[in-house]
Design a binder for this molecule. Structure first.
Ligand code: SAM
Length: 328
């Protein structure tokens, strides 16, 4: 398997995947043909691209099911597999992902804004990426999305010398009620006693440190709860949701398209950051132009890339050497 690392290998993944050790991969990203009945070539005479026409669903299943089974075998216990598909073709992958993985969460990627050339149907702007894991708590590093403008305008209304801030809960409600007796304490602030009957969400020492640092908002109304101040300028953004509308397709951005259906590096950057650490191994069994390899290299992860198209394999190696951090 060592010989496959940080390389793009040409061949049919249904055969190549058997060369990967079991329990060795941290993250798999697969963006296979979608069964969309289209021919994706850079131009009609080009060998660069692939044919996405299958004469039956059974034929399509015979392509992706063996890959899913082998990728699952190769994944570590807390590893993740991401299966990328158009919303229109999501039914078969949804069924197969749920057949082989215990936890499947669909992520909705808004890949484009609008379609100006559509007349008698709705423009398709969403791809689905099934995040699959066999563990209920797969390895995950929280990633953040930009704050929603509407939400930000309505939330960061309070202001002090440090800047605008929103209010974060620090006491439990009746339905949440703490079982921890240490959280049932009282504090006195400017002669007013605060003793929330369902308890505090933080230890007394932490609350006192925040009060000293002027990070607690005390109410002007008697009987109301105090809150912690969440400053806009300190916010990392919002914890990532299942709607990815902040990653732009390469058609709208600055990346050069060298392969049909090439995905943006920012999409792979999010997936890889979210589910791997430095040095981990990312596998892409249908690598196309090697976007997964470029993103992995930029994030100091190792990668294994397969594609049956020899032109794609060459493009992968060229792109990673040029756009990656360390080359491969
Ligand atoms: C949608 S493209 C991948 C695009 C890629 N995510 C990117 O950003 O460039 C799908 C790729 O799957 C490859 N492919 C199809 N069947 C394959 C198989 N059996 N084994 C390996 N690669 C395969 C095609 O050659 C094509 O390059």
């Amino acid at each position: 398997m060592e010989a496959l690392i940080n390389k793009s290998t040409c061949g049919d993944s249904r055969l190549l995947l058997s060369r990967i050790d079991s329990d060795s991969i941290d993250c798999v990203y697969m963006d296979p043909p979608f069964n969309s009945d289209s021919d994706y070539r850079l131009d009609p005479d080009s060998e660069t691209g692939f044919n996405d026409e299958f004469d039956s669903d059974a034929r399509y299943i015979s392509l992706i099911e063996p890959m899913l089974i082998e990728c699952k075998r190769a994944l570590k216990e807390k590893g993740s597999l991401f299966f990328h598909i158009s919303a229109a073709e999501m039914m078969i992958p949804n069924m197969l992902c749920r057949k082989y993985f215990r936890r499947v969460q669909p992520i909705f990627w808004k890949k484009s804004r609008s379609k100006n050339n559509i007349k008698n149907k709705l423009g398709a702007t969403v791809d689905v990426i099934f995040w699959c894991s066999d563990h209920t708590k797969p390895k995950m590093n929280m990633v953040y999305q930009p704050l929603d403008e509407h939400y930000a305008a309505n939330s960061y209304k309070n202001k002090d010398a440090r800047g605008n801030y929103a209010l974060g809960h620090i006491v439990y409600t009746a339905t949440q009620k703490t079982k921890n007796k240490d959280r049932l304490y009282s504090i006195v602030q400017e002669g007013v006693t605060y003793a929330p009957q369902n308890g505090w969400r933080m230890a007394k020492a932490d609350l006192q440190t925040m009060i000293k640092d002027n990070r607690i908002h005390f109410p002007s109304k008697a009987g109301a709860n105090p809150y912690k101040k969440i400053y806009k300028h300190e916010s990392k953004g919002k914890p990532c949701t299942d709607l990815w509308d902040d990653v732009y397709s390469i058609a709208q951005g600055s990346e050069k398209r060298v392969y049909p259906t090439q995905k943006p590096i920012a999409l792979l950057d999010r997936i890889i950051r979210m589910t791997t650490d430095v040095g981990d191994i990312v596998l892409d069994p249908v690598a196309g132009a090697g976007t997964t390899g470029v993103a992995a290299s930029l994030l100091d992860r190792r990668c294994i890339l397969f594609d049956q198209n020899i032109e794609a394999t060459k493009i992968c190696m060229q792109r990673i050497a040029k756009e990656g951090k360390n080359g491969i």
